[in-house]
Design a protein. Structure first.
Length: 130
């Protein structure tokens, strides 16, 4: 199998609420490929898609139940510690749940975590090694 990811799909509880978060809170642009049942965002060569959680579980032939930590995070890296602070403050002002306040971290960077409407975790980070 080729080492590549094309789509990263999040199963969401309310497609409109999640689409609104990514479009209006984060300021991302919806892809023209989007339909009333699935929303796509183009992200530097891969796509993030939002799809109904129960329908996604049905497609994968698994149960849609589950809560707590999902076992993965997504990351958005910025160019400085100040950029982390500024972005977190902007998101806080927009009502985004801040899970972890910005701080220096064990691996040598500086990061914070936010949650989308379904509790998916996004790390907002400055990595001085990138």
């Amino acid at each position: 199998m080729e080492q590549r990811i094309t789509f990263f799909t999040l199963g969401v509880n309310d497609l409109q609420v999640s689409a609104d978060f990514y479009e209006n809170t984060l300021g991302w642009k919806r892809s023209p490929m989007s339909t009333e049942n699935i929303v796509f965002f183009e992200l530097n060569g891969i796509h993030l898609s939002l799809y109904n959680r129960e329908a996604l579980a049905e497609d994968a032939t698994v149960e849609p139940v589950g809560s707590g930590f999902k076992g993965f995070t997504m990351a958005h890296n910025v160019g400085s510690e100040k950029a982390v602070d500024d972005l977190i403050n902007d998101l806080r002002n927009k009502g985004v749940t801040i899970v972890k306040e910005p701080q220096k971290v064990f691996w040598g960077g500086y990061s914070s975590y936010i949650a989308d409407p379904d509790g998916n975790l996004w790390e907002i980070a400055f990595n001085p090694f990138l």
